[in-house]
Design a protein around this ligand. Structure first.
Ligand SMILES: Cc1cc2nc3c(=O)[nH]c(=O)nc-3n(C[C@H](O)[C@H](O)[C@H](O)COP(=O)(O)OP(=O)(O)OC[C@H]3O[C@@H](n4cnc5c(N)ncnc54)[C@H](O)[C@@H]3O)c2cc1C
Length: 416
């Protein structure tokens, strides 16, 4: 195969996995990372943040956690160490250009009028299209601007890095009228544990939000101030946060999401009448996993039907982001190697409209940014396996197939 120039943007978990898989398949990617280190979000967490997923779920399928990590939810410094060992072991640092912030990307070589009437992705449904189009990547590095020409771009920029999500308030009703200090959790994390503790000491703190960072910050405030200066949490919608993510006799909740039975609870595009009936009957049991940022319609959670020669990895988060990402990166590379051709743009868009409308019906008005349903993790993985010519049923025996959680080890032999 003619050597293709491939850019990966971001060296968080998704970028590192993608880089490793590309190297395995003979590509020679360039990874642009705006930060001075790998790890993405794991390099900027609160001092107290621990892994929420279990280590058996949050692991690289080809690189186990070291024996020294006995805690099933290690501290963020240990997660960072694990990620660093992965990058060192597979000699990934040589591909990464740190402090290289991608400031723009532009597709050139094909007329826009032609692109608008394309029936197939990139003109022919293939990863590199007809060969005329390329991406110009403009990168800012220590004050200077450089431009690179690439045949394929893989965006691994994460959903939580860099840009704080701050709501817009009507004039006169925002932070400017508040007497105290207003800080986004990202800035609080970046202060480091010592300075953060000094900041909240002996202060009345209100935390707005009810997810991971919010509860971690409230717990940090409580540790510093005890009951003398109680911390208040302001929550827009009621939600059920599972304590320690465990239910009945300490069984980890995530394991329920990861078995095939869980997918029966949710309507999926293209399901037959039997599955439709089951999902309808079992609906009260389901829970939704996702976030509320604006959604991006991505086919197989990786491909925008109208953006050629570009894939996104790491957008679809689940109860087990790391191995969801790993499987998607294999699918994209399989596609780049010519292993599959995409369906027409019209049929990809139809598929996504159907998916989006089903997600909307579950999310009780919160559908804006659901990237995927955590509860049908195996269903997403099945599609990817089938596309790549692998049998998605990977367990031995009927009961194991339906009840035992699917974990990274189940997909080790799925290769691009
Ligand atoms: C506090 C916290 C705890 C979490 N815990 C869990 C957990 O327990 N289990 C789980 O499954 N998931 C968890 N997650 C989700 C987590 O986001 C994913 O597991 C995973 O780490 C995301 O990796 P990523 O590489 O896709 O994105 P990121 O880690 O966000 O990495 C993106 C990288 O892209 C770089 N980048 C962005 N823009 C540019 C640009 N323009 N140019 C160059 N580089 C750029 C960034 O600097 C960053 O290094 C957690 C997230 C957070 C924030």
């Amino acid at each position: 195969m003619e050597k293709k120039r491939v850019a990966v943007i971001g060296a968080g978990v998704s970028g590192l996995i993608t880089c490793k898989k590309l190297l395995d398949q003979g590509f020679n990617p360039v990874v642009f990372e705006s930060d001075s280190d790998i790890g993405g979000v794991w390099g900027h967490t609160l001092g107290s943040t621990r892994l929420q997923s279990l280590t058996i779920v949050y692991r690289f399928s080809d690189f186990p956690w070291p024996d020294s990590i006995t805690d099933t939810r290690p501290h963020n410094s240990q997660v960072m160490e694990y990620i660093r060992s992965y990058a060192s072991h597979f000699v990934l640092f040589r591909c990464i250009r740190f402090k290289h912030r991608v400031v723009s990307i532009e597709y050139i070589g094909t007329d826009e009028e032609k692109m608008v009437v394309w029936e197939s992705w990139a003109g022919n449904g293939e990863a590199f299209g007809g060969g005329q189009g390329v991406w110009l990547i403009t990168v800012e590095h220590e004050g200077s601007i450089e431009t690179y020409q690439m045949d394929f771009v893989i965006l691994c920029i994460g959903r939580h890095s860099g840009l704080p999500n701050i709501p817009k308030f009507p004039e006169g009703k925002g932070s400017e009228v508040f007497q105290g200090q207003v800080l986004h959790s990202m800035d609080y994390s970046n202060m480091g544990p010592k300075k953060a503790a000094e900041l909240v000491k002996n202060k009345l703190v209100s935390v707005v939000g009810f997810h991971k960072s919010a509860t971690d910050i409230a717990a940090e405030c409580a540790n510093v101030n005890g009951s003398k200066f109680p911390c208040t949490m302001i929550i827009r919608s009621k939600a059920w946060n599972v304590p320690n993510h465990t239910v009945w006799f300490g069984i980890p909740m995530a394991l329920f999401y990861l078995n095939r039975f869980a997918e029966l609870l949710i309507h999926k595009p293209g399901e037959g009448i039997l599955l439709w009936l089951l999902a309808t009957v079992l609906t009260p049991l389901n829970t939704i996993d996702g976030s509320r940022d604006s959604p991006i319609p991505l086919y197989r959670e990786c491909i925008h039907p109208r953006i050629p020669q570009l894939a996104v990895i790491g957008y679809c988060e689940s109860a087990a982001s790391l191995f969801t990402t790993e499987l998607r990166s294999k699918w994209v590379i399989h596609f780049m190697k010519g292993g599959l051709k995409l369906p027409s743009i019209a049929s990809m868009e139809k598929h996504m409209r159907e998916k989006e409308s089903l997600m909307g019906s579950y999310s009780h008005g919160m559908s804006r940014g659901l990237s995927c349903f955590g509860g049908i993790h195996t269903w997403y993985n099945d599609q990817v396996c089938r596309d790549m010519g692998y049998n998605p049923r990977r367990k031995k025996g009927f009961l194991a197939e339906w009840l035992i959680p699917y974990l990274p080890g189940d997909y080790v032999d799925v290769t691009p």
